[in-house]
Design a protein around this ligand. Structure first.
Ligand SMILES: C[S@@+](CC[C@H](N)C(=O)[O-])C[C@H]1O[C@@H](n2cnc3c(N)ncnc32)[C@H](O)[C@@H]1O
Length: 140
């Protein structure tokens, strides 16, 4: 896959937000800590690393086998990209950064993320490039 090649060559890491911008987004301070983060389509985990210090556990998903290995090497729990919702885990924060336009079932993904947030307190962080132009490397 094109994205695998980029990441392997160290050319694919993206800047989405700084640590300061992340805390501003959530309206928390530097010492804020929660239980569980799920980063959907985490890529090489560069953005996951900006968020991970605030969580006791970090789960990630990826459809790229190469990126799954990279993410496991960073110590994250890598869940099956198509079955993670079956665990019925509830998350404090779910991040889905530049993935909705890369996956073949964006509406189902949105629904699954909504159903997997802690009721009342769970927060979803979405990043999307606008205008939306679907570019699916793997899937239908
Ligand atoms: C543009 S990259 C974004 C990576 C990372 N979130 C970031 O912001 O740097 C999109 C990633 O989503 C992954 N992806 C696409 N569809 C997915 C799905 N259904 N579940 C999990 N990951 C997916 C791709 O393999 C790719 O690594």
């Amino acid at each position: 896959m094109f994205s695998d090649c980029c990441r392997l060559l160290g050319r694919g890491s993206m800047f989405v937000f700084s640590h300061r911008q992340f805390t501003q987004l959530l309206d928390v301070d530097h010492s804020w800590k929660a239980d569980l983060l799920l980063d959907i389509g985490a890529g090489d985990g560069a953005v996951t690393e900006v968020m991970d210090r605030h969580f006791r556990s970090v789960h990630v998903t990826e459809i790229s086998p190469i990126m799954r290995r990279v993410l496991a090497g960073k110590g994250y729990e890598v869940l099956d990209a198509h079955k993670w919702m079956e665990k019925k885990e509830l998350y404090d924060v779910i991040s889905c950064l530049n993935v909705l336009d890369r996956c073949d079932c964006p509406l189902a993904l949105l629904e699954n993320m909504k159903n997997s947030l802690k009721i009342g307190t769970g927060r979803l962080i979405l990043a999307m490039v606008l205008p939306v132009k679907q570019y699916v490397e793997s899937g239908k």
